[in-house]
Design a protein around this ligand. Structure first.
Ligand code: GAL
Length: 832
């Protein structure tokens, strides 16, 4: 019989807790040994691994290179890109050595007084085909490299004795379309619980009622190991903590211990809830304590948010009763120069940079994100579309997830949903990306089934699927099946789709794929598809795209003018390793050109185009190109201005080049033709373009006007003189002494007046002394072959970023950058 002890407490009352709960968890970061060799005895506890390298996990074995044309050279036709015949692709997966096997080993400390406690190992992601051994015995296998998985290893461990953990990983050739990373690139956790415990992801929280005055928080918690109580009742205490950490509701009751596992279902009223939202990411906590006769057995805490989501026909997506049109960005999981190795500072910087651009949602293309990434999105107010797969059973590459899909997809999808279903930032699930099954009836049925798995495990979030075959999915029924039909590219077919789709809205789940390089400009300035150049770069004028894609404004205009259009997720927010389209086989080319931000995290011009449109209330006034063009004197050198203001006047050396105003009268229908494309007609609604300006050295100045015709802001770009010194600036000058935190230092080669020298590509050398170390450097040059981890790297378009990692002690870290022909420069980072 249930006995209810107490219900809601007064706000702020504290609950007294015993000092030590039985659950303990630690990260297995240090003490690992690693090899790229492969022998079956590596799993054996008696094997001597002292000759292997010492590594710290998270660890990406492939990011250290070297880059090579031969790494994962793929001989095939990329059907999605329209290739009809097999051809050689190098650099598709980054040209880094991730293919092959790798082994990790370390000891596990299992206390001699383990008693009846249980022991679990959890991997947040291991790339890939992980086989895990404890004391020489295989405890489990998980093929998909992006998912979190866990094993109960209680029966494999020997308390008080030496215990060995060994993990074998294997990445196949032609198994990915981008750089996947390699090894134990995400965290590994060792958890001890009492025999009665809340299993991993055992709590599911829903907020079915969200009103200003009150929210209802519905909680289901699985409790395992009940039979070990031998019939004694279990005391269950639960409470809800507000964002300030005050107890706002609590409950205590006793439940009978029949059976082995029990689903404990309860609920709480929360008065005047503080909603989770983009600008106010309030987070609550749910704490459950299990006790046996006053002895605390387990305490488990779940972070959640109170917020509502709603889909409205004809109107799209609503968050907390407010329309949210997605200004989204697709992001791959790699962290540029760190590869796939998880690092919170790097993820935080990515999210912050996206927020600065005006991004209000991230799609974790095309796989499940690291738990740290979702936690940061929870904390920073960044909505997330959590994606699962890039393919189902039909292949995109010969050795991809297609080989495992039939056997594993349900387990993989369930883990994704269970892991993140309490995260308020996750606002929809995605079951796939451009799967070849799109046009088939069986494919539509499979989409339905995958969506049903998501609904079964989480009835609160809508499901989408990124589809690039609009006509195929309208015919097969796949588009009709989904909660949110997600269309990749081909915005000119949105209308056709909208007319026949029953949902009443559609999402640009992937858009744009404009290509550009930071600080590189090509002449004449004309719209081009799949343009290639000897330097393996694309034009920074933002006028080049792929055969299947378009320019940003081709999406802006539809997103703005159609209420039923739910918004878009651009491809991509940030450059990533691999997929250097259109340089498929043009080595060296190791990273994408799609990003609005480059691989080093530095904004390209396009960043400011998005910012000017997406962040109307923030001032953006950005001039391109740079104005240092020796040899181009007198030649037509167009000038573009990306600004949130409606109008501006441009001056070259004081001479007016005329005023330009964004033309809001431009319509979709009138511009659906080649002439408009050539004439940049749509662009005229969003960018200011002076197409006939001629280069003369000196100064370009722009004066922006507001709607009332008042001059409100100015910006200037000057012709740079000779390189004179280095300018260093850090994203954070104080970092934590945890041995993991990173300060990202931008290094600029400038002239004596501080003007960027825009074509400087000299070699820079790095040295870090004091309480930190040099971690990596990146320039954002997709054609560079410089290894990221070595303390020397070439600048690209006058800039690069050096990463300084904190030591595990407080102090000061000093980065010194030196280069031929220039005085050295230093920056001090406080580590405290
Ligand atoms: C899409 C695909 C992305 C990326 C992109 C490049 O078709 O979903 O993963 O390949 O094209 O334009």
């Amino acid at each position: 019989m249930k006995r209810l002890f107490a219900c809601a407490l007064t706000l702020g009352a504290a609950l007294s807790l015993p000092l030590q709960a039985q659950r303990s968890e630690r990260l297995l970061e240090k003490g690992w040994r690693f090899t790229r060799e492969d022998q079956s005895q590596f799993s054996s506890p008696t094997f001597n691994d002292s000759k292997w390298s010492r590594v710290v996990v998270p660890h990406d074995w492939a990011i250290y290179g070297p880059f090579s044309f031969d790494n994962d050279k793929q001989h095939l036709a990329i059907a999605q890109d329209g290739q009809k015949e097999a051809m050689e692709h190098a650099g598709r997966t980054g040209g880094l050595p991730f293919v092959g096997t790798g082994w990790y080993r370390r000891s596990l400390e299992i206390p001699s007084d383990l008693g009846d406690r249980r022991v679990f190992l959890r991997f947040d992601g291991a790339m890939s085909h992980a086989r895990v051994y404890v004391n020489g015995k295989e405890v489990g296998y998980w093929p998909y490299g992006y998912n979190t998985f866990a094993f109960d290893i209680t029966s494999f461990v020997r308390p008080g004795e030496a215990n060995t953990l060994a993990v074998r990983l294997e990445n196949k050739h032609e198994s990915s379309r981008w750089y996947p990373g390699a090894g134990l690139y995400r965290n590994v956790h060792l958890t001890f619980t009492s025999p009665v415990y809340v299993p991993l992801w055992g709590t599911q929280i829903q907020t079915p009622t969200v009103e200003a005055s009150r929210a209802y928080v519905d909680v289901r918690t699985r409790i395992a190991g009940m039979s070990t109580l031998s019939g004694r009742p279990l005391q269950v205490k639960t409470k809800i903590l507000s964002p300030e950490g005050k107890v706002v509701a609590q409950r205590e009751e006793e439940i009978q211990s029949a059976g082995t596992e029990r689903l404990y279902h309860t609920g709480f009223d929360v008065e005047r809830p503080q909603l989770w939202d983009i600008d106010q990411p309030h987070l609550y906590k749910y704490v459950i304590e299990l006790s046996d006769g006053g002895r605390l057995l387990d305490r488990d805490t779940t972070t959640f948010g109170i917020r509502s989501i709603e889909l409205k026909a004809g109107d799209g997506f609503y968050l907390n009763g407010r329309k949210l049109k997605f200004q989204g960005a697709c992001l791959h999981h790699d962290l540029g120069p760190l590869g796939a190795a998880v690092n919170e500072a790097a993820m935080r910087r990515q999210i912050r940079t996206m927020q600065d651009m005006g991004v209000n949602a991230i799609r974790t293309s095309h796989n499940m994100p690291a738990p740290e990434f979702v936690r940061l999105c929870d904390e920073m107010g960044m909505p997330v579309m959590a994606e699962s797969f890039d393919c189902w059973a039909q292949p995109k590459v010969p050795n991809g997830y297609n080989l495992d899909f039939n056997e594993w997809h349900e387990r993989d999808l369930v883990n994704l949903v269970h892991q993140f279903r309490n995260s308020p930032s996750v606002i929809m699930w995605s079951i796939g990306n451009e799967v070849p099954e799109q046009p088939s009836l069986d494919g539509a049925k499979l989409a339905y089934r995958l969506q049903e798995i998501c609904h079964r495990e989480d009835p609160t979030r809508p499901v989408t699927n990124g589809m690039d075959n609009p006509l195929g999915v309208l015919k097969s029924g796949m588009a009709t099946t989904l909660d949110i039909p997600g269309f990749n590219y081909r915005p000119f077919l949105y209308d056709t789709a909208h007319k026949v789709l029953p949902q009443g809205f559609l999402l640009g789940s992937e858009t744009c794929s404009t290509v550009s390089s930071r600080g590189v400009y090509k002449f004449p300035v004309v719209r081009k598809s799949m343009a290639k150049y000897p330097d393996h770069q694309s034009s920074g004028y933002d006028v080049e795209h792929c055969g299947w894609s378009n320019l940003p404004e081709d999406d802006f205009i539809r997103q703005e003018d159609h209420d039923w259009s739910m918004g878009e997720f651009i491809w991509t927010g940030i450059d990533y390793l691999g997929e250097p389209t259109p340089y498929y086989s043009d080595w060296p080319s190791h990273s994408s050109l799609f990003g609005a931000v480059d691989l080093a995290g530095l904004p390209k011009d396009r960043f400011y185009l998005y910012r000017s449109h997406w962040k109307k209330d923030a001032e953006t006034l950005h001039i391109l190109p740079h104005w240092t063009w020796p040899g181009r004197e007198g030649e037509v050198t167009p000038i573009f201005v990306y600004t949130n203001y409606p109008e501006a006047e441009l001056f070259i050396n004081g001479k007016s080049q005329g005023r330009q105003r964004k033309d809001r009268s431009i319509k979709i229908e009138d511009t659906e033709n080649e002439d408009s494309q050539k004439a940049f007609t749509r662009q005229k609604r969003y960018r200011l373009m002076w197409m006939d300006t001629k280069y003369e050295p000196g100064e370009v100045k722009v004066v922006a006007y507001d709607d009332a015709g008042k001059a409100v802001a100015t910006q200037t770009v000057r012709t740079a003189g000779r390189a004179h010194h280095l300018e260093l600036s850090a994203d954070r000058t104080t970092i934590s002494p945890d041995g993991k935190d990173i300060s990202f230092v931008t290094v600029r080669v400038v002239d004596k007046d501080g003007n960027l020298v825009p074509d400087d590509g000299r070699l820079l050398n790095f040295k870090v002394t004091g309480a930190g170390s040099f971690r990596a450097a990146a320039s954002g040059n997709p054609a560079s072959l410089d290894a990221f981890h070595l303390p020397r790297h070439h600048a690209f378009s006058g800039q690069l970023v050096a990463l300084v990692q904190s030591a595990e002690r407080a102090g000061e870290a000093v980065l010194t950058v030196s280069a031929k022909g220039l005085p050295s420069a230093s920056i001090r980072i406080q580590v405290k």
